[in-house]
Design a protein around this ligand. Structure first.
Ligand SMILES: [Zn+2]
Length: 332
């Protein structure tokens, strides 16, 4: 449970408005909000923040994806929210429905959040939703319920990491095992203090998210606000396999480099001895080959120093996600 005073709501709306403005949302935009409103802070945060910028917010929530795509077209929506996985799925469906996103849709900005993604996923979302063609892009937002909700950090138009709003939040990076503070650019667990909250002023809250802080100035000029490159993994997601600590996000990043790969699933099975690491990738039948398999395994090996089992599966056979994706399956 999360509590807010009236002042908390006001401050959160302001920081959300600043975050959305940073991504490129402007007065007059039409924002399709596809975060849930049901017992979830995300939907409300985007709604109030978008309205404060001066956008018209459509409270869609989650689901009915084909109808959503028709609504995007009919309402000429220019901004879309959602998790990267859902934006990705919407992009796939737009293609399947035979809609030309550059001509028939008006989307300029997507603000994915709540989940890790890769640069390759960004590129595909930007292309499949027609964002670049309309002069915008996909710009990541970060936040967590314990810190008001979304809006704690956002990317600007340069798309090179999320500016942390230092007047609201104080970020630290620590060693996840010892809790010792780490230096600039060092990768570790993000620890956050909300500097303004009244109802629930959490101090040095351990997020379990792995990232780092970048202090080089960004071209946009927001010098007071260092950036974090996104969540590089969850402390809890990591597992040990053949003596190596593996972050599934590192595997995901390599998989998405292959245009042939549509979706994937990483299965870590501890019910058998020795433990089994299986990666399932959706690849169209005509594109499958031993060479592709070998190339994918080599990429994974470079990232995490192990070679899992790799299985090609049919396109559309793995789950799709409207909220946070669960692409890692642990059997224990
Ligand atoms: Zn910037």
């Amino acid at each position: 449970v999360m509590y807010y005073t009236r002042k908390d709501q006001e401050l959160w709306t302001n920081v959300m408005a600043r975050a959305l403005y940073g991504t490129g949302v402007r007065k007059g935009d039409i924002m399709m909000n596809i975060y849930g409103y049901y017992l979830f802070t995300g939907g409300l945060g985007f709604h109030y923040g978008g309205a404060r910028v001066g956008a018209t917010v459509i409270p869609w929530g989650i689901g009915r994806t084909e109808a959503l795509i028709e609504a995007l077209r009919d309402y000429k929506a220019t901004v879309i929210t959602g998790t990267p996985s859902y934006d990705y799925y919407i992009g796939e469906l737009i293609k399947k429905m035979g809609i030309d996103p550059e001509k028939e849709l008006s989307l300029r900005i997507s603000v994915p959040g709540a989940e890790t993604w890769t640069e390759e996923m960004r590129r595909r979302i930007e292309e499949w939703l027609g964002l670049k063609a309309h002069g915008g892009g996909a710009r990541m937002m970060y936040g967590l319920t314990e810190m008001y909700g979304p809006g704690m950090a956002t990317e600007c138009e340069y798309e090179c990491g999320m500016h942390v709003w230092m007047d609201y939040y104080y970020p630290e990076i620590v060693d996840p095992d010892t809790g010792e503070p780490l230096g600039p650019d060092e990768q570790g667990e993000l620890v956050l203090t909300n500097l303004v909250a009244e109802a629930m002023p959490l101090i040095r809250y351990r997020t379990r998210d792995i990232t780092r802080l970048i202090y080089d100035p960004c071209e946009c000029g927001r010098k007071a606000f260092p950036r974090m490159p996104g969540v590089l993994g969850r402390v809890d997601d990591a597992f040990s396999y053949k003596g190596t600590k593996i972050y599934p996000s590192a595997i995901a990043e390599r998989l998405m480099k292959f245009d042939e790969v549509q979706e994937f699933q990483i299965v870590f099975d501890k019910t058998v001895m020795p433990y089994r690491l299986l990666v399932r990738v959706e690849v169209p039948a005509e594109k499958r080959s031993p060479q592709l398999k070998e190339a994918i395994l080599n990429e994974i090996d470079k990232a995490v120093f192990v070679r899992p089992e790799l299985e090609f599966v049919d396109v559309g056979s793995l789950p799709r996600w409207e909220g946070k994706a669960k692409r890692v399956v642990k059997l224990e």
